[in-house]
Design a protein around this ligand. Structure first.
Ligand SMILES: [Zn+2]
Length: 335
């Protein structure tokens, strides 16, 4: 691994390499930007490069003892802080004052092996207020030869005094092309069209794209497309059957509705004459095309609206079963 392996983040990496080249390292950096887009990897590569025994061209060798220890997270001068949950059922974890005090005891010494001690604080927005104030003291009077790297998706949750002490380095969302490329490199056996689909639904977030891989898309899509094809007031039996089936799978209804909305969107734009390249479900192009031929644009639009409405209703915790039934009635009316 080296900086070269981080895709789609040319700008932030240039900033980091530039600060190494000009020997203008900041005491504290804030790597920010939404989603899993390479911030943590970049922090690790930055730490490696700064302490590498054979650096080359502002990049690390990846092979020396220092690089190896940092990769395995056993380097005595590299410290990782991340949120922990108080119980298994807690919704989010926090970084607490004890974690910070523990860290502060360790960083008073000079580096043991490396040129710099590096503190990587992952999900820095999860510093609770007490911990943030304690941490601020270290930022204000940084120990010698110490670099802090804070990683955050949501900088608005950080206290302003922390923000003002860090050099911000912004990371970008990844393009679907790039995500597809990364997924394909990770799963060379997978169908590129299907990976493309997962990539376009991930909103620029690599982790989300990886999670998408585990969902049963095929089944959601088949259910959605069959329903759109068949539903009408004459076939109310199908409506009831559909509602009954999804009652058993209510936890999956939001994902199924997502698929429904993507399919309806695809059908509408095929109807408008757009080509295969413009749709999400590239691999279903032929069957979508034949459905689109049978449907009117107006009715597709109405179904799309009903689906989006149901998604919103579910987010505001309305009953999933009732939400689905009311959507199905609207589908019948639209058909
Ligand atoms: Zn090295």
């Amino acid at each position: 691994m080296s900086f070269k392996k981080i895709l789609g983040q040319k700008q932030p990496i240039e900033i980091l390499q530039n600060s190494i080249q000009t020997q203008n390292l900041a005491h504290a950096y804030l790597f920010f930007g939404q989603g899993t887009v390479g911030k943590r990897t970049a922090a690790l590569e930055f730490a490696k490069t700064i302490n590498c025994l054979n650096p080359n061209d502002q990049d690390n060798c990846g092979e020396c003892l220092s690089c190896e220890k940092i990769q395995k997270q056993i380097h005595p001068d590299i410290f990782f802080i991340e949120p922990t949950k108080t119980s298994a059922t807690a919704r989010e974890g926090f970084i607490r004052i004890d974690d910070i005090r523990e860290l502060q005891k360790k960083i008073i010494y000079l580096p043991f092996e490396g040129k710099y001690k590096i503190v990587i604080v992952d999900q820095a927005e999860q510093l609770n207020l007490q911990a943030a104030n304690a941490f601020l003291k270290s930022l204000e009077e940084p120990p010698k030869a110490t670099i802090f790297i804070l990683i955050a998706s949501n900088i608005y949750r950080l206290i302003p005094t922390i923000l003002s002490r860090c050099q911000g380095v912004r990371f970008n969302l990844l393009t679907p092309d790039l995500i597809q490329q990364i997924l394909l490199a990770e799963n060379p056996e997978d169908d590129p069209d299907l990976l493309r689909l997962k990539a376009s639904k991930a909103n620029g977030d690599l982790e989300r794209a990886r999670e998408n891989a585990s969902l049963n898309f095929a089944d959601f899509r088949e259910n959605a497309l069959n329903l759109i094809n068949e539903i009408s007031f004459k076939r109310m039996d199908l409506t009831f059957k559909f509602a009954r089936e999804w009652k058993k799978r209510s936890a999956e209804i939001p994902e199924m509705l997502d698929e429904m909305s993507y399919i309806l969107r695809d059908l509408a734009i095929i109807k408008l004459g757009c080509s295969k390249e413009d749709i999400f479900n590239v691999d279903l192009f032929e069957s979508l095309k034949s459905t689109a031929e049978k449907k009117q644009l107006r009715s597709l639009n109405k179904m799309f609206e009903a689906t989006i409405e149901s998604k919103t209703d579910l987010k505001s915790n309305l009953n999933a079963q009732l939400t689905l039934e009311s959507m199905l009635i609207k589908f019948c009316e639209a058909s």
